[in-house]
Design a protein around this ligand. Structure first.
Ligand SMILES: NC(=O)c1ccc[n+]([C@@H]2O[C@H](COP(=O)([O-])OP(=O)(O)OC[C@H]3O[C@@H](n4cnc5c(N)ncnc54)[C@H](OP(=O)(O)O)[C@@H]3O)[C@@H](O)[C@H]2O)c1
Length: 269
């Protein structure tokens, strides 16, 4: 299938690992030139190398998006090498304080601010750098990765949950600000996806459920612990497929949308 991405340039933040890595591979397979991004130089260049070895085209850039000036520095590098970006996937993010905040109360102000900076401000700064170029060229995609907890609002990780809700909000607002420009803005929210970032959480959840290894009975774990309607845990490819569609020419009429990819977890809760 032709997704209309041949010759397009895509930057995926946080693609040195997990969901972002899966997205980078699928966009490259669809013909886009991909900018792989992460903080760790070895992991980031390894993903770009793997894409190139499979016949795709990728370059890598590194930088901590919570640090001042990093988004602008990345744009300068990308402009010098590729002359711009057509598809921006704001995927980098996560729990600023790891899995510490199982209790709503007692979260220090710096952790609330840290979660917001990592998940919301980092995406806004990348939009600021790359979307004006898309507007000027009359075509583009800004795709934000949020989380199912943005709508489920569980009683844990409120700093992370509130930040992910803000991602949905900024993405919808951006869609309206881009009215008539040919550039769309959408959010894809991930459910429980098995990645290096979620590995520890899944193991902890399994122990709480009385399982020593959830992968031995993933079906029961997904159905009974997470209340998924699809009886498994998600994989990066599940999110990457949705991103590929949102990035494609076929999704030309979709903007301001929020697609939840969670195996039915949200509706089952
Ligand atoms: N996994 C899930 O179940 C799940 C569910 C819902 C939403 N999500 C969201 O999906 C996204 C990816 O999660 P994941 O599970 O794939 O995580 P992951 O495996 O831990 O990967 C995180 C990626 O983001 C990069 N990153 C982290 N902090 C960064 C920073 N300050 N500046 C620049 N890059 C940074 C990491 O770079 P380095 O490794 O190079 O440091 C890595 O490439 C996150 O936004 C997360 O909130 C995940």
């Amino acid at each position: 299938m032709d997704f209309g991405l041949k010759g397009k340039r895509a930057l995926v933040t946080g693609s040195s690992s997990g969901i972002g890595e899966g997205i980078a591979h699928q966009l490259a397979e669809a013909g886009a030139t991909v900018v792989v991004h992460g903080r760790n130089p070895q992991r980031t260049s390894a993903v770009a190398r793997a894409i190139n070895e499979r016949g795709g085209r990728a370059i890598s850039v590194t930088g901590d998006l919570t640090e001042d000036g990093v988004a602008a520095h990345i744009r300068e590098q990308v402009d010098a090498e590729l002359g711009g970006i057509d598809v921006l996937v704001n995927n980098a993010g996560g729990r600023y304080a790891g899995f510490d905040h199982m209790d709503w109360f007692g979260i220090p102000a710096q952790d609330w601010l840290g979660s917001y900076k990592l998940n919301v401000v980092a995406a806004a700064l990348m939009i600021e750098q790359f979307v004006p170029g898309m507007k000027a060229r009359g075509w583009g995609r800004a795709i934000q990765i949020s989380s199912g907890i943005a709508i489920q609002q569980p009683p844990v990780f409120p700093d992370y949950q509130a930040a992910k809700t803000a991602v949905v909000s900024l993405s919808g607002s951006l869609a309206k600000a881009l009215s008539g420009s040919g550039v769309t803005s959408n959010t894809i929210s991930a459910g429980v996806i098995y990645t290096p970032g979620s590995d520890g959480e899944l193991d902890k959840a399994a122990r709480a459920f009385g399982m020593d290894d959830w992968q031995k009975d993933e079906r029961r774990f997904a159905l009974e612990f997470f209340h998924h309607a699809v009886p498994r845990v998600g994989r990066p490819g599940d999110i990457a497929g949705a991103v590929l569609y949102m990035a494609s020419q076929q999704a030309d009429f979709i903007t301001g949308a929020h697609l939840v990819v969670d195996g039915g977890g949200a509706s089952a809760l």
